[in-house]
Ligand binder design. Structure first.
Ligand SMILES: [Zn+2]
Length: 64
C-alpha cells in the first residue's frame, strides 16, 4: 500500500519514498510533496531493514 504525492498526509511525521527511500516531512492533513528526487509514491509504513545491527563484532576492526 502506498500514498501518492498530493494526497493529504494521514499523520504528521516522515514519509519514505517508495522508490529511493528519501524521507519527506509532512503535516497531518497537508498535501504530501514529491520526494527530493521527484518521485510521487510513498510507503505508508516505516522502511523495514530488520533489527538494528548493534553487534560490535559486525563492525570492521578499527585498524582494518
Ligand atoms: Zn524518491
Amino acid at each position: 500500500m502506498a500514498i501518492q504525492a498530493g494526497e493529504a498526509a494521514p499523520e504528521s511525521g516522515g514519509l519514505y519514498c517508495a522508490r529511493c527511500d528519501a524521507m519527506v516531512h509532512v503535516t497531518e492533513g497537508e498535501p504530501i510533496p514529491e520526494c527530493p528526487n521527484g518521485h510521487h509514491e510513498f510507503a505508508t509504513e516505516p522502511h523495514e531493514t530488520g533489527a538494528p545491527d548493534l553487534n560490535p563484532q559486525h563492525r570492521p576492526p578499527p585498524n582494518g
